[in-house]
Structure formats: C-alpha cells, structure tokens
Design a protein around this ligand. Structure first.
Ligand code: CO
Length: 138
C-alpha cells in the first residue's frame, strides 16, 4: 500500500454552526465550505480548509448516528478520526485485512465522493482511521 497525504482531521461537534463560527472567528479560517448531509453515514459535514489539510466538522444526523455515542462521551465535541489518502482503495483494504486490522464495514462513498473505509482504533494505536481513495485531480 502507498500511504498518501493526510486528507483531513475529523472533529465531532454538537453544532456545525457553532464550530464554523469558532474556526472563522477564533482560528481565522478564511475558506469554510457549505455544510452538507451524508445520510448514508448518518452525519452532516462541513470542511474547513487550512493550507495543508482540512478539518472535517461532523455533526450527528439523528439519534442513531455513529457519532452520537462519541458526543455522549464528549459533549463539547472533539477530535474523532484522521483520514489518509491512498491511490487504490481495494489494495488498501486488502493490506489492512492482511495485517489483521479490523475494518469497519465495506468501502463506501465518503464526503469527497471517493470510496472510503474506517479502521478500528484498537488496531491503529488508538486512532480511528479513515482511508480514502484520492480524488482523480490529485
Ligand atoms: Co472523515
């Protein structure tokens, strides 16, 4: 597997609106994209650009959202996952499975419109890790 660039850092939040205000007013972020729903993943997301990566703000869509439990434990929100790009999602999937790492679910289309999967933090040094196929234009 070829490990690519850090695409984004996922940050869970109870309110994308409040977090957008924080990144704009306190962090000085100048490029904040429009939020959108990812119903298949039970989340609403919003990307904040920094010069070398993005912050992915994630808010639960409903009570059974995968991040509802995270927010129950961390009511103010917090760092949720890291996302790395790879050139070939199937090759990366086979790689992690061969390492015995627990892949969560099947590859699915992620927030950037390319296939992604998550790997359980217990096999990733405690870090929930998202693996994402690079967009073609990179
Ligand atoms: Co993500």
């Amino acid at each position: 597997m070829i490990l690519g660039r850090l695409n984004h850092i996922g940050v869970a939040t109870p309110s994308i609106g409040d977090s957008v205000a924080f990144y704009r007013d306190v962090m000085g972020a100048e490029v904040i994209h429009a939020p959108f729903d990812l119903p298949a993943q039970g989340v609403r997301v919003c990307f904040v650009d920094t010069p070398n990566t993005q912050i992915e703000l994630i808010e639960p869509l409903g009570e059974d959202s995968p991040i509802a439990a995270f927010l129950a434990k961390n009511p103010a929100g917090g760092q949720h996952h890291l996302c790395y790009e790879v050139p070939d999602i199937e090759e990366a999937l086979a790689w992690f499975e061969a390492k015995g790492a627990k892949v969560l679910g099947k590859p699915r289309i992620g927030a950037h419109g390319t296939p992604i999967f998550f790997v359980h933090p217990k096999d990733m040094g405690g870090v929930l890790t998202e693996i994402m196929e690079s967009p073609r234009e990179h």
